[in-house]
Design a protein around this ligand. Sequence first.
Ligand code: UT7
Length: 322
Amino acid sequence: MTYSKILGTGSYTPERTLTNTELEQLVDTSDEWIQSRTGIVSRQIVVDENTSDLAYQAAERAIKDAGVDKGDIDLFIVATVTPDMPFPGVSQILQRRLGLNTITAFDLNAACSGFVYALNVADKMIRSGAYRLALIVGAETLTKITDYTDRNTCVLFGDAAGAMVLGQSDTPMIKDVVTYANGDIEGHLTMQGYPIKENFKTPEQPRPFLYMNGAEVFKFATTALPKTILTLLERNGMVLDDLSLIVAHQANRRIIDKAARTLKYPMEKMYMNIERYGNTSAASVPLAIDEAIKEGALKKGDTFITVAFGAGLTWGGALITL
Ligand code: UT7
């Protein structure tokens, strides 16, 4: 039986820092409100880079960290809701730019849960024996679809990319991955794309922006997060004490805080970097895992859970031993 394991990780954030003080100039908000309601102090945002540029840097770093030969990579997945363009996908653009062989390469859209979905797909494709070495990336330029006149959303998002190389393993190091979706027909977290139009007419369309009903998403997130963690533990006969760390999607410090209280799990063992990056959607989980490893918060042999939730509505998690 073949399983999968993490061989290397990498991440990249753009250089420009957007502070809460700067946002005070754009909308009716305050540093105090943003920090106390979200935990965010600043975010990194793109100036002239697109999603593929961020993904490229993160991918190169993960490949270097894994020490693998690019020519051996046979699967490439990019999780994103902010691709450079609808097609070709970021993965297909980067297949050539990264110098990968003509392999299976596709984008995956599951919003902020996108990276956990990509992990699930790559893990199962490796377990099947059909693929041996996967590069998976979560990359977003959320600031492209952020309305900087809407204080409900514009203070939340930043741009980033995170990547992981997965290889074959005799033992299950990626122990379990679960992913779920429940159609958001109420439209709590959406972005208009291609509305139905009258035949043969070319309507003037306003530029689409992200819309979020924050309170509804908050309720969903604070339920989904602890439930997914408990599901993963139960399915694998484990308990919270078996975990070294929980790496949750960085959407709001209060969501992570509430999940920790629900689980009666120490907040120090909930990884946190939201203060520096804000919510970076599909990049959030791989960026946090990469930083946790590089900072020594996660070490070889440690078992941890990563968990995410977002538009779709989608959610999911993974139980991993490094
Ligand atoms: O990654 C995708 C998943 N997304 C999320 O997980 C986001 C989930 N939701 C949240 O994190 C929170 O709901 C928010 C941070 C978006 C909002 O925090 P909240 O504590 O739920 O605030 P609220 O929406 O209930 O609004 C409370 C008040 C409102 O004013 P009134 O109506 O009470 O007068 C808002 O207009 O706060 C106001 N408000 C702000 N005030 C200052 C909303 N945004 C701001 C702001 N600055 N930026």
